[in-house]
Ligand binder design. Structure first.
Ligand code: NAD
Ligand code: UDP
Length: 318
């Protein structure tokens, strides 16, 4: 096998830590770069003894010079409460982080994959969303620092590719869940699971009729690695997500059923600019990567719930 040196920015986060683990399992050398804004050392503790694993504490808004073959650029807070905490920092992370990774890739000839997002479609008017849809995004709303930052990063990736022949891949990732999500990061899956396990009120924003398509982490990892390894002529963007769409109420019902929770459901105001529906059209990923999400929501939730159950048992008040 061709052993590669691979940089994962945001490698101590939810997705990044699983990706580091998968790449190490494939036998590669992995450098994890993170500033620990939303990631934790606990997520990667089990990798620290692996001689192929290196950890660098660094903020991607600052330049860095490394010699690697591939870069997965994941550094960016992803949950609304985290990315809205310091919106200027969030957009700097997307835009300057992209510039720094692309500049590095250009200089050393590395291939670079951008973790983009279904948020580039905003509150979509086309459903399900194909890659050809340009989106419906508010440029000055509370989600803009994230959505527009990711859109600008996509532009930068395409321009570095067209102008400087940098080998790029743009992955538009749809809502992904699984073990190592932070229990307090405000995303719906972790919120509801933690609330259900603690028999606390389940917070549904709006009337819960808004929909999302939830992808289990293992499915995403297969797609990301396959995409990185496909022909250099393929840049994307490519949607990576689960086609099964659920309303938030349906998600709550499944979690309550699995946990056998005594929680009550409370309805809170829907946050501003909260997209009403979201579901990927994955025709392109299917033909390009011979891939589709395989883990159904219930099975993925069972695994995720058992992770949170264990975590909360060890830390009862977290
Ligand atoms: P996460 O918050 O768990 O991980 C993000 C990681 O980036 C954290 O470890 C954080 O400390 C690090 N980071 C943040 N700012 C940084 C900076 N300036 N310099 C260095 N490191 C920094 O989130 P996640 O869910 O693992 O998301 C990872 C990536 O995937 C993000 O780019 C996100 O936008 C993208 N994405 C995630 C989802 C999802 O549903 N989880 C969906 C679409 C896209
Ligand atoms: N949501 C909810 N209760 C919560 C957290 C989120 O009803 O405790 C809703 C939120 O308003 C949104 C959906 O769940 O409509 C998904 O939210 P999340 O933050 O997980 O992802 P995103 O909105 O970024 O897709």
């Amino acid at each position: 096998m061709n052993v590669k040196r691979i940089l994962v920015t945001g490698g101590a986060g939810f997705i990044g830590s699983h990706l580091c683990e998968s790449l190490l399992k494939e036998g590669h050398d992995v450098i994890c770069l993170d500033n620990f804004f939303t990631g934790t050392k606990t997520n990667i503790l089990h990798l620290m003894d692996n001689h192929r694993f290196e950890l660098i504490r660094h903020d991607i808004t600052k330049e860095i010079f490394l010699e690697v073959d591939e870069i997965y650029n994941l550094a960016c807070p992803a949950s609304p409460i985290h990315y809205q905490q310091n919106p200027i920092k969030t957009i700097k992370t997307s835009v300057m982080g992209a510039i720094h990774m692309l500049g590095m890739a250009k200089r050393i000839g590395a291939k670079v994959l951008q973790a983009s997002t279904s948020e580039v479609y905003g509150d979509p008017k086309v459903h399900p969303q194909p890659e050809s849809y340009w989106g419906n995004v508010n440029p000055v709303g509370i989600r803009s620092c994230y959505d527009e930052g990711k859109r600008c990063a996509e532009t930068l990736f395409m321009d570095y590719h067209n102008q400087n022949n940098v080998r790029i891949k743009i992955a538009r990732i749809f809502n992904t869940y699984g073990p190592r999500m932070q229990p307090d990061d405000g995303r719906v899956v972790s919120n509801i699971i933690v609330q259900a396990l603690q028999n606390k009120p389940i917070t549904v924003y709006g009337d819960g009729s808004q929909s999302r398509s939830f992808q289990y982490i293992d499915d995403l990892l297969v797609a990301l690695i396959r995409f990185m390894n496909c022909d250099d002529s393929v840049t994307g963007p490519v949607n990576i997500g689960n086609e099964q769409e659920f309303t938030i109420r349906e998600l709550v019902d499944i979690v309550m059923d699995i946990t056998n929770s005594g929680s009550k459901v409370v309805f809170l105001p829907l946050p501003e600019n909260d997209p009403l529906q979201r579901c990927p059209d994955i025709s392109y990923a299917r033909s390009l990567l011979n891939w589709e999400a395989r883990v159904n929501l219930r099975d993925g939730l069972v695994k995720t719930i058992s992770y949170f159950d264990e975590m909360l048992t060890n830390k009862p008040d977290s």
